[in-house]
Design a protein around this ligand. Structure first.
Ligand code: HEC
Length: 139
């Protein structure tokens, strides 16, 4: 995580929590103690995902099931490093099929179980939206 101490980052983090984003995009996790590679045991990391499937509504539905996932279910995308996507891969396209051209579009596509978070984002003033995006781009 970068820009950890700036006011925009801290305000953005608060908005991330207030918007219920952290209920699926879980910030902090710790590895267990059972790996045969000792270095991997009890490690704290910041994935910003629960690694679980969620019903994301009709707008994101694919029209067909994938294995045991229904057409509306997607795995929570990890947000760690999201601000570096363009630098790392040379292209930007968010969500399972890359349809969102930027982070804001990705948030606005949220529906289903994440509908309240989408509504929360839409209710924010521009200045607060910018702070939330700034926070995400700093991860
Ligand atoms: C109910 C669970 C849930 C909540 C709440 C939620 N998200 Fe998501 N988020 C997801 C899932 C699932 C995806 C992946 C959807 C897909 O691949 O089509 C996702 C994808 C994203 C992405 C795109 C990441 C990428 O690399 O493609 C961003 C950005 C994002 N969420 C931000 C947020 C923000 C900000 C909030 C709060 C305002 C939020 N999410 C609330 C489940 C959630």
């Amino acid at each position: 995580m970068r820009n950890l101490t700036s006011t925009d980052f801290l305000d953005g983090k608060r908005l991330f929590d207030d918007g219920g984003c952290a209920s699926c995009h879980i910030p902090k996790m710790q590895t267990g103690g059972y790996s045969s590679f000792a270095v991997l045991n009890h490690r704290t990391f910041y994935p910003f995902t629960d690694m679980l499937l969620h019903d994301m509504g009709e707008g994101l539905a694919s029209g067909f099931p994938s294995f045991s996932a229904s057409p509306r279910e997607w795995r929570t995308a990890p947000l760690w490093g999201i601000g570096l996507s363009e630098k790392v891969s040379g292209r930007v396209g968010f969500l399972h099929d890359g349809r969102a051209r930027n982070i804001e579009e990705a948030i606005l596509w949220h529906g289903g179980e994440a509908k309240d978070s989408q509504e929360f984002y839409k209710s924010l003033h521009k200045e607060h939206r910018n702070k939330l995006i700034y926070f995400l781009e700093s991860l």
